[in-house]
Design a protein around this ligand. Structure first.
Ligand SMILES: [Zn+2]
Ligand SMILES: [Zn+2]
Length: 354
């Protein structure tokens, strides 16, 4: 890794840009006319950009943030729920035209491998659902990208043959994240067995480590930590309160944690069966603001930012409960806010609650 003492003083401090702060498979609008894009976070270290997740609007938000595709070195997918990957086709198909330098190495893509088994049917079900794509009903990241390229082959081959562009496979180097051996992972049982963080990616500017988190029935689901010579940031992914996440985030300079307001969500359902099934899921798979604050406090995080807001049209006051359990600086960023993670945290933009 780079020697921090050799850093050019003009190098901007490492920071995150909250490209999208909404969770859930929805196009969210807020009552005040503003909206939140789908979950995606840019970790910016010097000139290098690392993306965590690519929810709805990521490509457009990257441009709005003044960041370029040819700065992007890596894309890290926490899990394969659609709200985290729905803009992947856009990055694969449009993104290559934003990469001007033919000598650039491909972007490293790291995401979950295949689940390996369908999830169990909800106890609230009255009939047995039929799976989509039964020959491969739970593809991982490599299969997802391969199948997306196959689905868009008419476009890709048109441009490869007629315009001599390069296919997405020349621009993206895709990997399924291999789980450490012997940890006891079971997609329909132990989705987040207690484990030590493990290495996923490394270059001259960052080391990226991961851990399994508890987001059942989605599995594998990961949290990522980026360590730089100047500070660290940890991104929870979607998870219920999880000891693995606390271990990964130990002493981190900034923790971005997902959050849900269960009361607001419950009020939106009129169908009792769907309410019961969905609320069961949310309680097992997500984290309240109060819980997120307690997690940050136990992990010794220096600052906490709440993102992946569900519902994303909730008022800021929905998230204030994190102040009751976390004593450090708390942010509830809007889209495109900038949060440094190198020194004593101070939001350059965005709302600081304390
Ligand atoms: Zn999500
Ligand atoms: Zn999810």
């Amino acid at each position: 890794m780079t020697d921090p003492t050799a850093t050019d003083r003009t190098t901007p401090l490492p920071h995150v840009v909250t490209l999208g702060t909404a969770g859930g498979p929805r196009w969210w609008d807020r009552p005040d006319g503003t909206s939140r894009s789908g979950i995606s976070t840019a970790v910016v270290v010097g000139d290098a950009v690392y993306l965590v997740d690519c929810g709805q609007g990521t490509g457009r938000q990257l441009a709005r943030a003044g960041l370029r595709m040819d700065q992007v070195r890596g894309l890290f997918l926490t899990h394969l729920h659609s709200d985290h990957v729905v803009d992947l086709p856009s990055l694969l198909l449009f993104g290559q035209f934003e990469r001007k330098d033919p000598a650039l190495p491909p972007i490293a893509v790291h995401g979950p491998g295949g689940r390996g088994a369908l999830p169990p049917v909800s106890a609230h079900a009255t009939t047995t659902p039929r799976p989509v794509a039964p020959a491969n009903p739970t593809p991982g990241t490599v299969d997802l990208v391969q199948q997306l390229c196959a689905a868009y082959a008419t476009d890709i081959n048109d441009r490869v043959f007629d315009s001599l562009t390069r296919p997405p496979s020349d621009h993206f180097d895709v990997h399924d994240i291999a789980l450490p051996a012997g940890i006891g992972f079971n997609p329909n049982g132990e989705v987040a067995p207690e484990m030590e963080p493990f290495d996923v990616y490394r270059d001259d500017d960052v080391e990226v480590t991961a851990t399994l988190v508890a987001h059942p029935p989605m599995a594998p689901a990961f949290a990522f930590r980026f360590d730089t010579p100047y500070g660290s940031v940890t991104v929870s992914g979607d998870t219920a309160p999880c000891a693995n996440l606390e271990r990964l985030a130990g002493g981190t300079d900034l923790l971005l944690h997902e959050v849900i307001d269960l009361d607001l969500i419950a009020r939106r359902y009129t169908d009792t069966a769907m309410l019961n099934a969905t609320m069961d899921h949310h309680r097992r798979a997500h984290t309240t603001a109060r819980q997120a604050g307690a997690i940050a406090e136990r992990a010794g995080a220096r600052a906490l930012a709440l993102h992946h807001l569900v519902p994303a049209d909730a008022p800021h006051a929905s998230w204030f409960a994190a102040c009751e359990t976390f004593g450090g600086p708390l942010y509830v960023p809007d889209d495109l806010d900038v949060i440094p993670f190198a020194t004593a945290p101070a939001a350059i933009a965005g709302e600081v609650l304390r």
